[in-house]
Design a protein around this ligand. Structure first.
Ligand code: GRG
Length: 288
């Protein structure tokens, strides 16, 4: 009988593989004489500063349900983490959330400078499209589909508007507006990870639809869990589920999205979904 690894063990294994892909990608960039050393240092600093790699890991697990040729998934996984990293670098800037620390270390602009951090994010975002468009391991039509999916989810009517609504929000914000911010800022990219991987794995429309709903609900659960982790008795954040629902109802909402995510996995009727169920439970239990 083969050794069955838990989600946590698979995540650790995946991080090793993924970080190898990332380092190889960054080493390739170094060869380009037009690439500013400082820019690359700034991007590498944030790319290699110990994130959970949740989005590429999700893409890997979804892909694994349907296919085995992981080389086909490499550029999508890198793209997802590069987008995530760009969003964090920009989010920490003084003109946005103004955070000095990220993952327990100084934020990008505290180590480099605001101008370089801004450009580091701009570069990562643009490079994603170059990477996806140039991946000869996948068909041209699929490359276009991935670019369309990702640019829609993170673009002006996606993650960027989520950030704009967040920046504009004041204490009069209602729950519908808050859900919209959470959907656009957080769930959209997580959904793109699931759907993108399902597309690379050549899934049927039925499978795509259920993976889309599964990853959307996981994305919402991920954000609600984040709100719960940020909860602080003394200082109430008005852009948090807890402000609208209180602790118990927020936990119920987390559970509701987690159950919905599981339901969409169940209808796929696959026998290797265990680790994805575990991923949903991992989010419920995580403490970071
Ligand atoms: C600047 C256009 C622009 C968008 C920024 C995603 C985002 C929008 C801002 C990040 C701030 C934030 C709290 C977003 C919610 C999503 C979230 C929970 C991010 C943290 O993701 P993790 O937990 O981070 O996967 P690690 O450190 O593990 O990579």
């Amino acid at each position: 009988m083969g050794l069955v690894l838990s989600a946590a063990e698979q995540q650790q294994e995946f991080i090793l593989v993924f970080d190898g892909w990332l380092r190889a990608y960054l080493n390739e960039l170094k060869k380009n004489k037009n690439y500013s050393d400082l820019l690359l240092k700034s991007q590498s600093y944030s790319l290699l500063s110990g994130g959970k790699r949740f989005r590429p890991f999700l893409a890997y697990l979804v892909f694994k349900l349907f296919a085995t040729d992981f080389n086909k998934l490499k550029s999508l996984c890198l793209a997802l983490e590069m987008i995530h990293t760009y969003s964090l670098i920009h989010d920490d800037l003084p003109c946005m959330d103004n955070d000095d620390m990220r993952r327990g270390q100084p934020a990008n602009h505290k180590v480099f400078s605001e101008d370089i951090s801004l450009l580091a994010g701009d570069g990562l975002l643009s490079d994603v499209f170059f990477l996806l468009a140039s991946d000869k391991g996948i068909k041209c039509e699929l490359r276009i589909e991935l670019i369309k999916l990702i640019s829609e989810k993170i673009g002006s009517a996606g993650m960027v508007s989520g950030q704009a609504f967040d920046m504009q929000a004041n204490k009069k914000i209602d729950l519908t507006e808050l859900k919209k911010i959470h959907t656009l800022k957080t769930a959209n990219l997580i959904q793109a990870a699931g759907v993108g991987a399902a597309k690379v794995a050549n899934c049927t429309d039925f499978e795509l639809e259920n993976i889309s709903e599964f990853s959307y609900n996981l994305g919402m659960a991920f954000q609600i869990k984040d709100d719960l982790l940020d909860f602080n008795d003394k200082e109430q954040n008005f852009k948090s589920y807890l402000n609208f629902m209180g602790l118990e109802k927020t936990k119920e909402e987390l559970s509701r999205h987690s159950v919905l995510a599981k339901n969409h996995l169940r209808v796929l009727d696959k026998n290797n979904t265990d680790v994805l169920y575990e991923l949903i439970d991992f989010n419920l239990a995580r403490s970071f």
